[in-house]
Design a protein around this ligand. Structure first.
Ligand code: COA
Length: 159
């Protein structure tokens, strides 16, 4: 039977769980205030994925004019490969389209094979490299973009 994954807006009540994940899985992590203040910013959209009533993942985008950017996406290690990141992305495409964005950009560590595989499978294309963009450890960023007009409408939970 398919796991039930619920995609909802991130709220203040989610910020502790999200911050714990962020500091566990990223070396250059955001602090709690980045989430608790960010959720009030109308140029950003923060989503969480819930599974069995617990936060299982989150995704953050921002938008400006006709572009959007995936700022971060993360799924708890014990529930990976269940399609949670894909579901978060699909919900964020809908948000971005509704905000007038035609494309979604992102940067990903060159060595992040899992994330790059996710993005490629979602139709993102590699368009460039930002040399030594990341610190802790220093590494190049691959720049990717997806044409949102080709995203299938209505996939993922509406929020
Ligand atoms: C990258 C990440 C978000 C993927 O989350 P996830 O919920 O496991 O991903 P999904 O189950 O939705 O996977 C969707 C697709 O991505 C690709 N993918 C995901 N994990 C993969 C892996 N370990 N190896 C190869 N491909 C992978 C596959 O194409 C997969 O489809 P499939 O399972 O049908 O083959 C997760 O591994 C994570 O949180 N990593 C740490 C944080 C991070 O690196 N974030 C990205 C910052 S740019």
């Amino acid at each position: 039977m398919e796991e039930e994954i619920l995609i909802t807006e991130m709220t203040e009540a989610d910020c502790d769980a999200v911050t714990e994940m962020e500091t566990t899985y990223f070396t250059d992590s955001w602090v709690r205030e980045d989430f608790s203040e960010g959720i009030k910013d109308e140029n950003f959209h923060f989503l969480v994925a819930r599974r069995q009533n617990e936060v299982a993942g989150y995704a953050v985008i921002c938008f400006a004019a006709d572009e959007s950017e995936l700022i971060n996406i993360c799924v708890r290690e014990d529930v990976r490969r269940l399609g949670i990141a894909r579901k978060l992305l699909k919900s964020q495409y809908i948000t971005a389209l509704n905000e007038g964005a035609l494309s979604m950009y992102l940067e990903v560590r060159e060595s992040n094979v899992k994330a790059r595989a996710l993005y490629m499978s979602e139709g993102f294309k590699e368009i460039g490299v930002r040399k030594w963009y990341y610190k802790k450890p220093a590494e190049h960023a691959i720049i990717m973009v997806k044409d949102l007009k080709t995203a299938p409408p209505g996939v993922g939970n509406e929020v």
